[in-house]
Design a protein around this ligand. Structure first.
Ligand code: SF4
Length: 972
């Protein structure tokens, strides 16, 4: 089967013949694609000929505008100088932490041709507060503005000016950053300025998901009749309008779309995924390393049956697997081509430089802590040096060193180190107050000494990494020359950032003829393979984590007005690369790691699920095998793409199982009423939400943060004062709110990833959280005249109710989480739910009677929650005390009043919001519980009602924030 690049090469030759090719330019998504296209052209050449100009789109934009790219550190310096012109107060130590983000945003702004004046005006204080007020249901958000938040908004007020000044500085130097070159090329083409180089034709080959600027460049060149586009597309994802992989190509191919980028139907539209015979194996393994064994075995087997001339790709979804792969793949070294870079972060020189910083910054009062000094001394690379040094000098070993340093001391002085007189160690004697150029000189000297000591006959990747680290120091030195002084702290950030971006390459110049390729998914662009193995097909790896880093808040970036890239688009890009890679492969192994409670590995990738439920039924020649059982994975049904799911006998069984295991809660009942399809996905299939990981915290994380702080404070009260609220010094709690907030966010980060509180809108949210908590902690102690004793925080209660369904008994779990339970006076037990959103008394209002309210199709979720709390607590209290949860064992159940309530931080005026939860006046608890069972029975009957299938909601607004809109094809 012809590869895409072979088709392209043949097309070029047919169109131009060999002699004209030199006058043609070919623009491609990657350098690697360019290299392999050259190989294809050469193979087709009957005689030597001059190759066309093949380049990446970045190279094209630079060449066509005659621009030169500025190196990242010099760019950061220029950006700082521009900022300083706008704000004299800005200091480099702070700037260095967010300056890179700012530059990334400027780049994206230009790549997507966003009007900077419009965008930055959206980031102003007034606009941000307006948006925030809407999102969090706050009518007067301006009351949360403090001195600190003002400083945050000031940054945004400066951004437009900085952007404009930076551009004019770069223009005067004749330099650009990437996006700037793209925007300039678009502007030139719009003005009719000719390209700086003349080509007969410019081909754009193998693109997908272009930025706005790239689209414009192609469109303007098409208009001039200069360009032609060649796409690698397959009907499977292009013709299915719901398939994300085809999102872009559908638009590029559609004459009515404003993104139309072809001059007619695509030249090639394959049906490989729909018709070609393929064998696909899906394998779930217990841990990441086991995948490598699977891959090695498959490569061996394929080599045995098909020889080693076939093209095989081993694609690592999680690139950190590379170091393990390199340990095992040596047996194929003659055909091996590792195109991925190995992160320098994983090398010894990186850990050595990290130790160097740790030691030198502890060099206070002319001495180092002995433990830090010894850590550095014992580092393997320092030991390489020591061995080398010992060849010409007295034997230097640990014993010798101890004799010089003494045995008991906790510190080693600079004087002692000088006296030891080993040249390498002179480079740790650094004055941290000196300018960074001097400090950098020491780091360079330190690395260079080790490099020179490295035995020439043992030169390996580690030595290559040391050389690369040394080169990075030299580049940095040149970039900061003749600029303003840089401190130890900023210099450290700069150098470590640069080092972390470095990759060691394994690729040799003669590797293009090799047949076994280890690569990342992005590197497969435009390439085709006979056999493919993809590892780590887990959510979080493929597709990757949805983490965005930007100064531009997510809600603004997502506004369609600006057309900036979104997470959905990022997923669609990965989806295209994934399916394109499978197009021409005959055999594919897809490997994922089975998640377990102990690991943080996420569930299998959605791509595997799509293959099972969609691709499989569309290609009759696809052999799909799953030799290893999927453990613990929910089986998504084929019906998931339809609009309704009938409640068949099987489905009834699933509902029954779900009610027993997951049970009913206030939110699940409300979900059933809002959209029964959502209930199906969440409660029957057990799908987890598709939450994005984001630098900016959304309303959900903000709510968790407030809850967490109160959980910490309430737990302290239980521990220190046995829950007695009278003894609490509330002012002290208020004064320490910063500490509580920090402690709480650190705990949340363990699950949700890092949230930098000094960055972006999070800074404002912290102030808001503080104000909300302060208001609450000030007001609530005055609310009750009776004593309050906290019984539990973050508890949970559940009970089983047996419901009769068509003569069968169905056990139904009823469950609820409790933010706080306390005893008010002597005989009232309250269950309190904290709400960060606004809840009002009308949300709890009982109209006709409680049963009608709670069985209504338009159910009041908060009222249901109060009923549920009373039902759960009542059921628990009726048990013999020894069978109850610990915190209720001591409670005398007789004469106890149960009061469920809600504290709404957006509505503290009414204090604890509550309602008289009973089905009839003065109803005894036992009767209340009995009648509650009828309520449960109502919902179970409603759930299994065959006349009410699970259906998608008709209200599209409900889909907007739904976690399942992706699989539901309700992307809005
Ligand atoms: S996307 Fe819409 S229709 Fe689909 S489950 Fe969510 S709310 Fe229901």
């Amino acid at each position: 089967m012809k590869s895409f690049l072979r088709q392209t090469a043949e097309h070029l030759i047919t169109q131009h013949g060999f002699d004209e090719l030199r006058e043609v330019a070919i623009v491609m998504p990657s350098q690697r694609g360019a290299l392999y296209l050259k190989t294809q052209l050469a193979q087709l050449g009957e005689r030597p000929f001059l190759s066309p100009k093949i380049m990446t789109i970045e190279e094209f934009a630079l060449q066509m505008t005659d621009s030169e790219l500025m190196d990242p550190i010099s760019l950061l310096m220029e950006a700082f100088a521009s900022f300083k012109e706008v704000d004299q107060q800005v200091d480099f130590d702070r700037f260095v932490s967010w300056g890179q983000l700012m530059l990334k945003d400027f780049d994206v702004l230009d790549l997507y041709l966003v009007d900077p004046v419009q965008l930055f005006s959206f980031l102003s204080e007034a606009k941000s507060l307006e948006r925030w007020g809407q999102e969090y249901g706050e009518d007067h958000p301006e009351k949360f503005i403090t001195e600190n938040t003002k400083a945050y908004f000031q940054l945004y007020d400066h951004l437009l000016e900085v952007y404009l000044r930076l551009k004019s500085r770069l223009e005067s130097l004749g330099l650009v950053y990437r996006g700037m070159a793209y925007r300039r090329l678009v502007e030139n083409l719009e003005k009719g300025i000719a390209l700086t180089k003349n080509f007969k034709k410019i081909y754009f080959v193998g693109f997908n998901a272009l930025s706005k600027a790239e689209e414009e460049i192609i469109r303007l060149l098409l208009k001039q009749g200069l360009a032609e586009t060649l796409w690698d597309a397959d009907e499977y994802y292009v013709k299915n309008k719901f398939h994300r992989a085809g999102n872009w190509l559908r638009n590029y191919a559609h004459p009515a779309s404003q993104d139309y980028l072809a001059r007619g139907p695509f030249l090639w539209m394959g049906k490989h995924l729909l018709e070609d015979p393929k064998k696909v194996q899906i394998l779930g393994v217990a841990n990441p390393s086991a995948q490598i064994y699977v891959a090695m075995e498959a490569i061996r087997q394929w080599a045995y049956t098909n020889g080693d001339q076939e093209q095989v790709a081993l694609v690592l979804g999680d690139e950190s697997l590379l170091d393990q792969v390199t340990q095992y793949i040596g047996e194929f070294k003659d055909r091996l081509n590792i195109t991925m870079g190995f992160s320098i972060k994983k090398t010894q020189v990186f850990s050595l430089i990290t130790l160097w910083w740790e030691l030198t910054q502890r060099g206070i009062d002319g001495r180092f802590p002995m433990s830090h000094f010894m850590k550095l001394w014992n580092h393997p690379l320092v030991q390489v040096y020591v061995k080398y040094w010992s060849k010409q000098n007295p034997i230097v070993d640990s014993e010798w060193l101890q004799s010089k340093l003494g045995t008991d001391s906790l510190y080693v002085s600079f004087e002692t180190i000088k006296a030891i007189n080993i040249p390498l160690l002179h480079h740790v004697l650094v004055n941290v107050e000196s300018d960074f150029s001097e400090i950098l000189g020491h780091i360079k000297g330190f690395i260079n000494q080790i490099l020179r000591a490295y035995p020439a006959n043992e030169w390996d990747e580690e030595a290559q990494a040391i050389q690369q680290a040394f080169d990075v120091c030299e580049t940095l030195e040149t970039s900061i020359q003749d600029r303003f002084p840089i401190s130890f702290k900023s210099g450290k950030i700069l150098l470590m950032q640069l080092l972390q971006q470095q990759k060691l390459t394994f690729e040799g110049p003669d590797h293009s003829s090799r047949t076994l390729h280890v690569m990342g998914l992005l590197e497969t662009r435009t390439l085709d393979f006979d056999r493919v193995i993809i590892l780590s097909l887990n959510e979080g790896s493929l597709p990757g984590t949805r983490k965005r880093e930007s100064l531009i808040p997510t809600d603004i970036a997502n506004m369609s007005y600006f057309s900036l890239p979104t997470f959905t688009q990022a997923d669609a890009v990965t989806s295209y690369h994934f399916y394109r890679l499978l197009q021409r492969a005959q055999e594919v192994i897809l490997c994922y790691v089975q998640p377990s409670e102990k690991s943080n590995i996420k569930e299998m990738s959605r791509f595997i699920k799509q293959i099972r439920f969609d691709w499989k039924k569309k290609n009759p020649n696809l052999i799909l095998e799953e030799p290893i059982l999927q453990l613990g994975q929910p089986k998504v049904q084929r019906e998931e793409h339809v609009n309704r799911i009938e409640k068949t006998g099987d489905m009834r069984q699933k509902i029954k199982d779900g009610l027993q295991k997951r049970g009913l809660s206030a939110s699940s009942v409300s979900m059933l009423m809002t959209c029964s399809m959502k209930y199906y996905f969440s409660q029957i299939v057990g799908l987890r939400d598709e939450k994005q990981s984001d630098d900016d915290m959304g309303a959900d994380v903000f709510g968790t943060w407030i809850h967490k702080v109160l959980e910490i404070i309430d737990s302290e009260i239980i521990e220190k004062f046995q829950g007695n609220l009278d003894q609490v010094d509330w002012n002290d709690k208020i004064n320490h709110l910063d500490d509580y907030l920090n402690q709480a966010i650190r705990e949340i980060e363990k699950e949700k990833g890092l949230f930098e509180l000094e960055k972006g809108f999070n800074y404002v949210l912290k102030e808001v959280a503080k104000t909300i908590l302060e208001n609450y902690l000030q007001a609530s102690p005055q609310w009750e005249s009776q004593a309050i004793e906290l019984l539990v925080v973050e508890g949970s209660l559940e009970t089983m109710v047996n419901i009769s369904v068509d003569g069968e008994t169905w056990p139904v779990k009823i469950k609820g989480r409790i933010d706080r339970m306390d005893r008010l006076g002597t005989n009232t037990i309250r269950i309190i739910d904290y709400k960060t959103g606004k809840v009002e008394q009308k949300d709890l209002k009982i109209g006709e009677d409680l049963m009608s309210e709670l069985t209504s199709e338009d159910i009041k979720e908060k009222l249901f929650q109060l009923w549920l709390y009373k039902f759960l607590l009542g059921s628990e209290l009726l048990k013999p005390s020894e069978e109850r949860v610990d915190y209720l064992k001591q409670i005398q159940a007789e004469n106890i009043l149960i009061q469920p309530g809600i504290i709404s931080f957006r509505n503290l005026g009414p204090k604890v919001l509550t309602e008289n939860i009973e089905f009839s006046e003065n109803q005894p608890l036992v009767a209340f519980l009995k009648e509650s069972e009828q309520l449960v029975s109502h919902w179970v009957q409603r759930l299994i009602d065959p006349l009410a299938p699970f259906e998608k909601t008709a209200n599209l607004e409900d889909c907007q924030y739904c976690d399942f809109k992706g699989i539901c094809h309700r992307e809005v």
